[in-house]
Design a protein around this ligand. Structure first.
Ligand code: SF4
Ligand code: SF4
Length: 317
C-alpha cells in the first residue's frame, strides 16, 4: 500500500500545534515511517511554489493549524484545499478560531495601530522606513471551516497526545470515519475527571491563583470556573487533575453546542437561589457579576465562531 502523503501547515497561530505531533513520543518515529511528507515547512524546506506544482489531490491529508488572520492565510488554505483529498482542522485555532479569535473584540486596524504604531494599515501593505510591510489582515479572525471545507477535526490547544495518536492510528488503519468527525470524546470532560463532583451551590467565583483547591473535589464546586461540563473529553482531564480548570480547548460537546452558551446555562443553575426569599435573585445576580473577564473565560477559544454572525446582523455569512 502506498504511504499516505501528508501536509502540515501553520497559518495564524503560535506554532505549538505545528510541533505537537512530537507529543506522542517515540511513536512519532513509527508514524513518520508510514507516511510521506509532501509539505511541512517547519520540518523541511518547502515553498508555496512546491504546493502549486502538485496536481489536484496530490496531498492525501492536509493538517492545517492556526486561525485565518491574514489574506495570505486565506490564499494558502484555499490552495491546500485544492491539492488535498482530505483537510483536517488541527488544533483549537483552526477548529474554533482559538485564542487569537479574541482579537475580534477589536477592529483589525486598532490591533495593527496598537502593535505597530500609527500610520500602519491593516487592509493594505503600508511600508515602514526600512521597507517592511505587515501582511494585509482580514477584517476579523475566522476558523478554517469558514473559508474551506473541512473533513475532520483534531481539537485541543495544542491537541493532546491521546487525540493525535488516535488520529494517526485511524488514518494508518485505513478506515476513516464519516466526514465531520471530531477526534475526541462525545461525552463531557467531567466524565474523565478524577475529581469528586457534588454539584454544590456556588456562593462566589474564585480565580485559580486566589486559592489552593482541595485536591480531590471538583474545581467548579469550589468556585473556580471549569469548562469541563460543556467541553469534550479526550485529554484525560489533564488540567483539572493538576489543579487548573479546563478552559475548553477541545471544544464543545454536541449537546452544549456552544461553549459560552452551555457554560452560562450551567453556571446559572449552580448559583440558583431556589425559594429563599425575595432577595434571592439579587444575590444570584451578585454572584454572576463576580465572574471576572466573562468573554475571555467563557469564549477563550471560540469567540471567532460567532464573529461572522455578529458582522452580518445575526445571520450566518
Ligand atoms: S491551538 Fe493553541 S497551540 Fe495550536 S496554534 Fe492555536 S494557540 Fe497555538
Ligand atoms: S473539575 Fe472540572 S472537569 Fe473535573 S468534574 Fe469538576 S467541572 Fe468537571
Amino acid at each position: 500500500m502506498a504511504k499516505p502523503k501528508i501536509a502540515m501547515y501553520w497559518t495564524g497561530g503560535c506554532g505549538g500545534c505545528d510541533v505537537s505531533p512530537l507529543e506522542v513520543g517515540e511513536a512519532i518515529v513509527d508514524v513518520l515511517s508510514q507516511v510521506e511528507i509532501a509539505f511541512w515547512p517547519a520540518l523541511m524546506d518547502a515553498k508555496r511554489a512546491d504546493v502549486e506544482a502538485l496536481p489536484a489531490g496530490g496531498i492525501d491529508v492536509a493538517l492545517i493549524n492556526g486561525a485565518l488572520r491574514t489574506e495570505d492565510n486565506v490564499e494558502m488554505v484555499r490552495l491546500l484545499r485544492e491539492k488535498s483529498k482530505l483537510v483536517v482542522a488541527y488544533g483549537a485555532c483552526a477548529h474554533l478560531g482559538g485564542i487569537i479569535g479574541l482579537g475580534n473584540l477589536h477592529s483589525a486596524q486598532s490591533l495593527v495601530s496598537t502593535a505597530l504604531g500609527p500610520g500602519w494599515h491593516a487592509g493594505s501593505p503600508s511600508f515602514s522606513a526600512n521597507g517592511d510591510a505587515p501582511p494585509p489582515l482580514t477584517a476579523g479572525v475566522v476558523p478554517l471551516a469558514d473559508v474551506i471545507a473541512v473533513d475532520y477535526v483534531v481539537p485541543g490547544c495544542p491537541p493532546p497526545a491521546q487525540l493525535i495518536g488516535l488520529f494517526f492510528q485511524t488514518l494508518l488503519g485505513g478506515e476513516m470515519p464519516s466526514p465531520g468527525h471530531v477526534f475526541a470524546e462525545e461525552k463531557a470532560l467531567c466524565d474523565q475527571c478524577p475529581r469528586e463532583k457534588e454539584d454544590r451551590r456556588l456562593e462566589k467565583f474564585v480565580r485559580p491563583h486566589e486559592m489552593e483547591p482541595d485536591p480531590d473535589r471538583c474545581l467548579l464546586d469550589q468556585g473556580i470556573v471549569c469548562m469541563g461540563p460543556v467541553t469534550r473529553g479526550g485529554c484525560e482531564a489533564a488540567c483539572p487533575a493538576l489543579g487548573m480548570p479546563c478552559t475548553g480547548c477541545v471544544g464543545p460537546t454536541r449537546k452544549a453546542g456552544d461553549l459560552a452558551g452551555g457554560m452560562i446555562s450551567a453556571l446559572a443553575s449552580l448559583v440558583r437561589a431556589g425559594d429563599e426569599g425575595e432577595d434571592a435573585f439579587a444575590r444570584e445576580d451578585e454572584v454572576l457579576a463576580g465572574l471576572v473577564d466573562p468573554v475571555g473565560t467563557l469564549y477563550k477559544y471560540a469567540l471567532a465562531t460567532t464573529w461572522k454572525r455578529r458582522e452580518t446582523g445575526g445571520e450566518d455569512a
